[in-house]
Design a protein around this ligand. Structure first.
Ligand code: AMP
Length: 305
């Protein structure tokens, strides 16, 4: 079943301690849509400027990503620039230019309104809500957010939470949002604010999933070579939401979400192996299936006697 993805489409400049690359394709929706396209057809919503490469539209088409909902506006594409510290875990934003994003108000094509699954990738919570306003009762809504919105538009985010089934955020954001030092308390507190499920990402240390009386903790796939962590979170969200959309025969339950967490982690582990979307562009479904198996073997342990 198809998945609607809305978020940013960007041209990024990324600096790591060893390399720097400019004008790379990025943005939360670009990573999320490509991540989910391994499992399900995607309806993509976003905005690009007149400097955005036309070739990307044909790439999306080749991956079953429908870009009818991507507006092309006069002006420049959203630009973001970030620099990573030596551990590749801490990042500083060097610059942000909203450009065509400044006046963006997503309008869904009529045939997108009944898409059963939704991923609100990271953009302003007001825009995420505006997309939901145009939809006919989606079956399951996943949302991602970031520190900026927790700081600057908290009331918009709080208003969105009861409309979300699964909220995904990282550990520092969960602590920032709840003022709790324990991630377990933070996960519970966020659930009490609306979403039925909460996923907290811990970067290279894995992720946690909270349900009503259910809890799941998984590691991250261990990698030797990380080139660019940009988009790992968005790709995780895309893999998770795409897997759930493709496999939810009935109601979305905890077991399905646990598997989705692993597929999200697998996709994210490929994402960081190269700059921008380069690794994901050439990735095959067979490689995803193989890494899922290896990850499963690595994470298993025996029952107590
Ligand atoms: P992640 O590494 O998962 O946090 O996502 C990185 C992506 O988020 C980059 O490709 C950026 O273009 C995009 N991004 C950065 N800041 C924002 C923002 N304020 N709103 C939307 N997308 C953003």
């Amino acid at each position: 079943m198809s998945l609607l993805v809305v978020g940013s489409i960007a041209l990024d400049t990324v600096k790591t301690p060893v390399e720097e690359h400019a004008d790379l394709l990025g943005g939360s929706a670009s990573y999320a849509a490509l991540g989910s396209s391994f499992f399900t057809p995607v309806n993509l919503v976003g905005v690009v400027g007149d400097d955005f490469p036309e070739s990307e539209f044909s790439f999306w088409r080749s991956r079953n990503i429908d870009a009818l909902g991507v507006q092309r506006a006069a002006g420049k594409t959203f630009r973001w620039s970030g620099e990573y510290a030596w551990d590749l875990n801490t990042r500083e934003t060097r610059s942000v230019a909203l450009n065509v994003f400044e006046a963006f108000s997503p309008t869904l094509p009529a045939n997108y309104r009944e898409t059963p699954f939704v991923l609100l990738a990271n953009i302003a919570p007001k825009l995420q809500a505006h997309v939901l306003d145009q939809m006919e009762r989606p079956r399951f809504v996943v949302a991602d957010t970031m520190d900026l919105w927790i700081e600057t538009t908290r009331s918009d985010l709080d208003a969105l939470l009861p409309r979300v089934d699964l909220l995904i955020l990282n550990d520092s954001e969960a602590r920032q949002m709840t003022k709790e030092t324990s991630l377990i308390r933070a996960g519970r507190a966020i659930r009490n604010a609306g979403p039925r499920f909460v996923a907290i990402k811990k970067g290279e240390h894995g992720a946690l999933l909270f349900g009503e009386d259910e809890f799941f903790s998984c590691g991250a796939y261990p990698l030797e070579d990380i080139h660019d962590p940009t988009g790992a979170g968005d790709t995780f969200a895309g893999g998770l939401a795409g897997y759930v959309a493709a496999n939810a025969a009935g109601a979305v339950n905890f077991e399905l979400l646990r598997k989705g967490m692993i597929y999200g982690s697998v996709l994210a582990s490929f994402c960081v192996e190269a700059f921008s979307l380069e690794r994901l562009r050439e990735l095959t479904k067979a490689e995803v299936a193989d890494r899922y198996q290896v990850f499963r073997q690595m994470s298993q342990f025996e029952a107590a006697e």
